[in-house]
Design a protein around this ligand. Structure first.
Ligand SMILES: NC(=O)c1ccc[n+]([C@@H]2O[C@H](COP(=O)([O-])OP(=O)(O)OC[C@H]3O[C@@H](n4cnc5c(N)ncnc54)[C@H](O)[C@@H]3O)[C@@H](O)[C@H]2O)c1
Length: 314
């Protein structure tokens, strides 16, 4: 059955991620119905959208795009029949997602896709009370901020229907996103697992006094991260092996096994002593910078990079 066209999207929760999705959907010319029970949520969303709209104009507005095309509603339950797609962005709590998705499943049209932005809770854990059509439920995990970062991980549960996976991938692609399909549910999916691996080692190195927080970040932003924006860990190593990936692994693999063994022996343990040491170094740096300026600089540079990558032709 057809899952498209999608003209009206429901956005549930307008915190960090829901507000950003709303900006993107509006920029792509969709109608958006949003809800969030937090005090002043409507006002906060309005000022966020007004602040981000100039950025969305730089990204490019689709025909019909307008800041007026959203409706903030007290209770989305009264509007579920109008929605062609739902992006859920509520708290990352199993009990919350379980009861919300049971409600959404029971009260929406049977074939609209219900996607969760969940960072790591797999949907098989929160469809347990869905009776109508849990096959249309999946994860559409964005990277913050979703109105700029292209990646969306689509993670079906074992009973998600193939047509809904295709529908979700197609929808996100039509929003300008780069989608990847995670073929089996694993906690944290892919991008957050990779981040957890790198961050765990970063926290360990800083808390042990081996490097400062500022210099740790520089090793990423001036080195591995810069390169990874163009060639990921696999293609980087294909190139590092002069085109021969296996050769590189045979050549350098044994040495890197010794590093990973040492890393395992010094895993960051999140106890308060380690946290104090880590946070001390972070604060020494962060107390000297204006965080909002850093965020604006990052978003502007990222926008330029995304544009450059999309013009990429060799
Ligand atoms: N922050 C990130 O970097 C990030 C990235 C990707 C995915 N996610 C995921 O996105 C989801 C939202 O995360 P966030 O960072 O935006 O959290 P957040 O705390 O900023 O926002 C959550 C919002 O949900 C609202 N909410 C609570 N109950 C609600 C209800 N019944 N109906 C509608 N809204 C309700 C809250 O008022 C709050 O505004 C989580 O599942 C999270 O794991 C977060």
């Amino acid at each position: 059955m057809a899952t498209l066209p999608i003209k009206t999207v429901g956005v549930i929760g307008t915190g960090v991620i829901g507000a950003s999705w709303t900006a993107l959907f509006l920029a792509k010319g969709l109608q958006v119905i949003v809800s969030d029970p937090a005090p002043r949520a409507e006002e906060r969303l309005r000022s966020y959208l007004e602040k981000e709209w100039p950025t969305m104009s730089k990204v490019g507005l689709s025909p019909g795009a307008s800041l007026k095309n959203y409706e903030f509603v007290d209770d989305i339950s009264d509007h579920l029949g109008r929605l062609d797609f739902i992006q859920e962005n509520g708290p990352e709590r199993l009990d919350f997602k379980r009861s919300l998705f049971a409600h959404l499943d029971a009260n929406t049209r049977e074939h609209i896709i219900l996607a969760s932005s969940s960072s790591g809770l797999p949907s098989s854990e929160f469809i347990t009370d869905c009776q109508k059509n849990p096959a249309r439920i999946l994860i559409g995990h964005p990277f913050n901020p979703p109105h700029l970062v292209p990646l969306v991980e689509v993670v079906p549960h074992p009973r998600t229907g193939a047509q809904y996976v295709t529908g979700a991938m197609g929808f996100y692609q039509s929003m300008g996103k780069d989608t990847v399909l995670v073929k089996q549910e694993v906690p944290g999916f892919i991008a957050n697992r990779l981040q957890a691996a790198v961050c765990g080692e970063a926290y360990s190195l800083i808390s042990r006094g081996i490097i400062s927080a500022q210099d740790l970040d520089k090793t990423v932003t001036s080195g591995i991260g810069l390169r990874w924006a163009f060639t990921g860990p696999i293609m980087t190593n294909v190139l590092g092996g002069g085109g021969d990936f296996r050769h590189l692994l045979e050549h350098l693999g044994p040495a890197s096994r010794a590093w990973t063994e040492d890393m395992r022996n010094h895993e960051f343990d999140f106890n308060s002593e380690s946290l104090d040491a880590l946070n001390g170094s972070v604060q020494e740096w962060v107390s000297k910078v204006d965080v909002e300026t850093e965020e604006r600089k990052r978003d502007n540079s990222m926008l330029a990079l995304i544009k450059d990558k999309s013009n990429d032709s060799v």
